[in-house]
Design a binder for this molecule. Structure first.
Ligand code: TYM
Length: 340
């Protein structure tokens, strides 16, 4: 079965964007893939984190994976720092990736802001660690939201350069003409880029200062309903075809969210709701969101009340992931000429 790897940072609140863009896809893919789902704590510390909060959020993301329907018995759920291979392979890739490639990464520019001199070296090297996460498991495909596209391109560039730089040695050691296969990005579904509820031009994000801009997975029913009621819209009724959403980012976003939650396409949502006013549509959306998200929040609460169970899941996930990681690192060290 093809192998899937993806990661979610344990920083702040998980929100509807993480859920629709990534976690629901993880759940679907587990049917016919071998999956590794990683809580990327080493990525989280590229910006300052409160240590105790980091522990709590690492467990919370783990709980969200399980509550959303990922089976921790059949698939590996683990935190990144427990498998030392991520950091080791990242170092080797730091020596493969070029400064010019990293200088083009838009996420670094956004996160570092104006005070770039003061950003951590880790934040700059972040995409190299991400390439290591994926290639360590020689993953076939990586489900992510649209915002990770550039990082996946970089991952493929690093794999390609490694294969080229060491082609003779790869042939000698493995008898193959390349070592890493190029992972496929899976950016799928109607909601690969969920936007802020307050501003259709901004991505829904954990770091937005306005909590009304996002729906958190842990929000209760009243909070969800309130945020949807207050979500920005335009004055027109919903169109009956997808083309009619052009130039209407807020309407497009709410339709995409509805589609993601209902497991429908945007066209199907509009065939049911085209012509309705937003007051009507928002009420339906709010019922749907509460119906889908409330059981997940309840299950997350139940699971996080038992940290022993969560820690057991992470430990056994790391053990399985670690076995694959070790084999890759052994090969890579042999290819590069690192003894031992
Ligand atoms: P992170 O933690 O920011 O987000 C986790 C996942 O959620 C997706 N996502 C969204 N999708 C749709 N709409 C949104 N508004 C939205 N916001 C976030 C992200 O695309 C992501 O799939 N660099 C990654 C974590 C990572 C990773 C990896 C991913 C580290 N190593 C290896 C895949 C493979 C990140 O910061 O995701």
């Amino acid at each position: 079965r093809p192998r899937i790897l993806s990661g979610v940072q344990p920083t702040g609140n998980l929100h509807l964007g993480n859920y629709l863009g990534a976690i629901t896809r993880f759940v679907t893919l587990q049917q016919d893939h071998d999956c590794l789902y990683c809580v990327v704590d080493l990525h989280a510390i590229t910006v300052p984190q409160d240590p105790a909060a980091l522990e709590a959020t690492t467990r919370e993301v783990t709980a969200a994976f399980i509550a959303a329907g990922i089976d921790p018995v059949r698939h590996a759920i683990f935190n990144q720092s427990r498998v030392p291979g991520h950091a080791e392979l990242a170092w080797i890739f730091n020596c493969v990736a070029r400064l010019g490639w990293l200088n083009r990464m838009t996420q670094f520019k956004e996160k570092a802001g104006k005070d770039r001199e003061n950003a951590s070296v880790g934040l700059y090297a972040y995409p190299v660690l991400m390439a290591a996460d994926i290639l360590l498991y020689r993953a076939d495909a990586v489900p992510v939201g649209d915002d990770q596209k550039q990082h996946l391109e970089l991952t493929r560039d690093i794999a390609t350069k490694f294969n080229n730089d060491f082609s003779a040695r790869i042939a000698e050691k493995t008898g193959r003409d390349s070592y890493f296969k190029l992972p496929e990005p899976l950016i799928q579904g109607p909601a690969t880029r969920v936007m802020s509820l307050r501003d259709g031009a901004k991505k829904m994000s954990k770091s937005d200062v306005s909590d009304n801009s996002r729906i958190n997975l842990t929000d209760d029913a009243d909070t969800i309903a309130g945020k949807i009621r207050r979500a920005k819209t335009d004055p027109d009724a919903l169109p009956s075809e997808v083309d009619g959403l052009a130039g209407r980012p807020e309407a497009d976003n709410l339709v995409a969210i509805f589609a993601g939650l209902a497991g429908l396409s945007k066209a199907e949502v509009l065939s049911q709701h085209g012509g309705h006013q937003f007051s009507t549509f928002k009420a339906a959306l709010s019922d749907l969101a509460v119906e889908k998200l409330s059981p997940i929040a309840a299950e997350m609460r139940r699971l996080t009340a038992d940290p022993g169970y969560i820690d057991g899941v992470l430990a056994s996930g790391a053990e399985r992931a670690g076995a694959i990681a070790e084999a890759t690192l052994r090969d890579v060290k042999g290819i590069v000429g690192l003894l031992g």
